[in-house]
Design a protein around this ligand. Structure first.
Ligand SMILES: Cc1ncc(COP(=O)(O)O)c(C=O)c1O
Length: 509
């Protein structure tokens, strides 16, 4: 029999001295088994260990074990280990509880959820489905330098100080906050000192922290449309009233007069999610001016724009801001790997203590060992090298996608220009519906996300989001070929049943 666990320390009730010891022990073990505290297959401590723990003779333990063995509760032999029987005797007689008994009024009261919980909706994550063309939001995980990461982690664990096992301050491991500050100042056009940085569990936790700090039920939040549903769902859970703001080829289109009393504006200026537009400098300055005039704060989600392939780098909104209006968040999910769950939030000095207090009451701090490994990975130069290498690889993959699409998807799909990130968007032609296109593509072994999935209001223009980073050039070529077959079929049937007028290319985003 496979050893399930090494011996467990058994917590047994105290013994009534009038009761023979072996009876007390067998009754206590039987009760522990029947109550599920000792699960089928659990290995019991040896007779010697039990005798020492409970100050009994080994003969007493052997007698109790024998009793339970004869009743069918235990199996195995003395010497090779004693286990709780896999199929328990009572299981043969068990009566199943009624499956659909109606919850009583008191049970309903007990299960009542808070207003926030009632508004909270599941946000689907990275299920482990196969990575194929054109899965969006995912870096090339097969190219991550895992052996370097492993070496750093092993060295760190071998020499781990007591402090490293104890914990760190709520805002994170200070050496990591220092290197993140250096990186953001040098490479991302962010202006900050380490004290303004909180290490968080990805952008998602940054959104959660700021939601807790800033949003009261009924507060108005502006959000790009189409936009990131992880942000929309979170703000809704906090009771925010969302207002969808449309986009053009420069980013969010704000109109000063139309939207009073805005608490927060959520934007992805580096690489708009999901359309891929980079917000122009003029629009950034306009947005900052707008926020200043209206008294709103801005949440700048810079989730993947370290990968820039074209155009001049534009400083982050945070770096252009002179009035402490911007909360800036970034992530290691796309530059390294998503399961790391580490990112950063940069806040104006006046918010630091509120973020610190909130973090101390929620997760206390991000996992320290992972923070320390990441810190060494960056300071030893591996982060910069990995980033530069991946930028070249992704640029090559993007160009393969664009070339192939030009040849094989002409007349079916119009790919938008993109300057940064891991994915792009494309407009469907011939009046083909986004959900139908995604379903047809899936049947042909291709992953695409319809843009309508990210829309807060019904969309005029149907399109798809296409990731180009996670798979190699060969898979991209295969994907384009398959997508062309799927869309051609759909377009043909659409043309037969619902012809659309020509000239729809000039419709707005
Ligand atoms: C626009 C956008 N913001 C934030 C996130 C979440 O990032 P993180 O993994 O850092 O929580 C994602 C993830 O895909 C994203 O697409």
């Amino acid at each position: 029999m496979a050893k399930k666990a090494s011996s467990v320390e058994l917590l047994l009730p105290s013994r009534d001295k009038a009761q023979p010891a072996y009876r007390w022990l067998s009754a206590s073990l039987r009760a522990a088994i029947l109550e599920g505290r000792l699960r089928p297959g659990t290995r019991l401590p040896s007779t010697r260990e039990l005798a020492t723990q409970h100050r009994l003779s080994r003969g007493t333990i052997v007698a109790a074990f024998e009793q339970l063995r004869s009743e069918g509760y235990l199996e195995g032999t003395i010497g090779s280990g004693t286990y709780v029987t896999k199929v328990l005797p009572e299981a043969w007689f068990q009566v199943r509880p009624k499956a659909h008994s109606k919850p009583t009024a008191s049970r309903k009261r007990l299960m009542r959820l808070s207003a926030c919980a009632t508004r909270t909706r599941l946000f689907e994550g990275y299920e482990s489905r196969p990575t194929r063309a054109f899965r969006p939001n995912l870096p090339a995980l097969d190219l991550f330098p895992m052996s370097l990461w492993t070496q750093i982690a092993a060295r760190l664990l071998r020499n781990a100080s007591v402090n490293l096992l104890m914990g760190c301050e709520p805002l994170g491991y200070f050496p990591l906050r220092q290197v993140v500050a250096d990186y953001l100042n040098a490479s991302r056009g962010v202006r900050c000192v380490p004290q303004q940085i909180a290490i968080v569990s990805g952008v998602q936790e940054a959104l959660d922290l700021m939601g807790r700090l800033l949003i009261d039920s009924g507060d108005r939040v502006l959000i790009e449309n189409p936009g990131y549903s992880g942000a929309a769902k979170l703000f809704e859970a906090f009771g925010a009233k969302l207002k969808a703001v449309s986009l053009d080829d420069q980013g969010m289109q704000l109109s000063l007069s139309k939207t009073p009393n805005v608490r927060l504006i959520y934007v992805t200026p580096g690489h708009q999610f999901p359309l891929g537009v980079t917000m122009s400098l003029a629009r950034r300055l306009q947005l900052l001016h707008w926020a200043q005039e209206s008294g709103a704060l801005i949440f700048e989600d810079d989730y993947d724009s370290e990968f820039r392939y074209a155009g001049d780098p534009i400083p982050a909104l945070q770096g252009l801001d002179r009035n402490d209006r911007v909360l800036y968040a970034g992530s290691f999910s796309k530059v390294l790997f998503p399961s790391l769950r580490l990112g950063y939030l940069v806040v104006p000095q006046s918010f630091v203590s509120a973020v610190e207090a909130t973090k101390s009451l929620t997760s206390r701090h991000a996992p320290l060992l992972d923070q320390a490994v990441l810190c060494d990975f960056i300071t030893q130069g591996h982060f910069g090298r990995h980033l530069r290498r991946m930028r070249l690889i992704y640029a090559e993959r993007l160009s393969v996608l664009l070339n192939e699409a030009r040849q094989k998807l002409a007349g079916l799909l119009e790919i938008s220009p993109v300057e940064a990130g891991l994915q792009t968007s494309a407009w469907l032609l011939n009046g083909v519906d986004g959900e139908a296109a995604a379903a047809a593509a899936k049947e042909h072994g291709v992953d695409v996300a319809p843009l309508s999935r990210y829309a807060l209001t019904p969309r005029q223009r149907e399109g798809l989001q296409l990731g180009f980073a996670a798979v190699d050039a060969r898979e991209i070529r295969r994907g384009v070929q398959k997508l062309a077959v799927a869309l051609e079929k759909l377009s043909r049937s659409h043309r037969n049943f619902a012809p659309v007028p020509l000239g729809n290319e000039s419709r707005p985003y």
